[in-house]
Design a protein around this ligand. Structure first.
Ligand code: ASP
Length: 349
């Protein structure tokens, strides 16, 4: 037993049907025909405490706007929430401005160790992966785990073996490493710090600011989905796993409550069980989304964490709270406008 999965063994594994009981969503008002008025979308590019005066960060803003617009166009064409969040996160992984995929932060030994997760609100199907460095798109891999295996969570050498067996695009770890991240790691090592991607690297001689990425969506049928992808924390210990791939912590979705994607100090988001805490307050206590997210964020603070989340509930409300100085974000409400913000002041910096 154990060891890599090969040939016939892999074929057997991958042909085992997924058996996921359908949830009882009969109380939810899903329209029989598609309704574009139901479309909602939100995206984050990470949270942290960048140095005051970091400026308007036009490149980051443009990237957030571009990706949110692309996801909105997909949703308008009738794409599922699942497809919209997958594509949005994939585009963010390909953008070196953010801490996911290309441009991910590096662990103490100088390697990228990437985490990603996806959840489908309609049936709570999910897929997650941790600690990989050779799969081009971690979020595509998480989606493949969800749809093409009987399991939900993979890590380590077996994960990359599986990705290759599934035919996903494989790369060398160096593919993800940028000069800025090497520089940031060196500075963090010198300072003995483990940092969030957007933190004020006062010990760095540049103020490069990058972030974990995540997306949540409601589609024309009212279904919800969430996806998150990250390199974790700069100078983290090798093998460390954050909240991003922990379903119910950094990533969660349920059509009966909300879709949630988090960013911040992963350990504290895990301790607070963030995503499921929001779900429980909506589904069982009938709280409003804003209140449920604020309460969950309070518990992150109690566990000495910082960060934020993006969330959309089954009624189409959007919440984008954070307790750090900034959270890079874009969102689309009922009016269809794509809004972008970084600091606490709405559309401002
Ligand atoms: N939550 C991520 C982690 O702890 C980091 C981040 O959001 O920037 O891995």
């Amino acid at each position: 037993m154990g060891g890599p999965i090969h040939g016939a063994q892999a074929a057997n594994l991958l042909t085992i049907p997924r058996i996921i009981p359908r949830m009882n969503t009969s109380s939810l008002p899903f329209p029989s025909s598609p309704d574009p008025g139901l479309i909602r979308f939100a995206l984050h590019g990470g949270a942290g405490d960048p140095p005051p005066g970091s400026g308007a960060q036009p490149e980051q803003r443009a990237a957030l706007h571009r990706v949110a617009s692309a996801a909105q166009a997909l949703l308008r064409d009738g794409a599922s929430a699942l497809d919209a969040v997958t594509r949005a996160v994939e585009l963010m992984e390909d953008c070196p401005l953010f801490n996911a995929g290309i441009g991910a932060v590096l662990s103490r030994d100088g390697q990228p160790e990437l985490d990603a997760a996806i959840v489908n609100g309609a049936d709570r199907a999910c897929g997650a992966v941790t600690g990989i460095s050779r799969v081009r798109s971690p979020i595509r891999f998480a989606r493949a785990i969800m749809e093409r295996t009987p399991h939900v969570f993979f890590g380590g050498a077996g994960a990359e073996q599986l990705a290759a067996e599934l035919g996903l695009e494989m790369v060398e770890p160096g593919f993800f490493i940028t000069a800025e991240r090497l520089h940031q790691l060196e500075a963090a090592r010198r300072a003995g710090a483990i940092t969030l991607d957007h933190d004020d690297h006062a010990f760095c001689d540049d103020d490069a600011a990058f972030g974990t990425v995540g997306a949540v969506a409601r589609d024309v049928h009212g279904h919800l989905a969430a996806a998150t992808s990250t390199g974790g924390l700069t100078n983290k210990l090798p093998g460390r796993v954050g909240d991003t791939p922990v379903i119910g912590a950094g990533t969660f979705a349920d059509d009966r409550s909300a879709a949630v994607s988090c960013t911040g100090t992963g350990e504290s988001f895990i301790r607070s069980g963030f995503g499921h805490a929001v779900h429980a307050r909506l589904a069982w206590c009938n709280w409003e989304l804003d209140r449920a997210c604020a309460e969950a964020l309070d518990s992150v603070a109690q566990y000495h964490g910082r960060g934020g989340c993006i969330a959309i509930d089954s009624r189409g409300n959007i919440a984008l709270p954070f307790n750090s100085r900034s959270m890079y974000r874009a969102w689309v409400e009922a009016d269809g406008l794509v809004r972008v913000a970084i600091g606490p002041g709405g559309d401002g910096a």
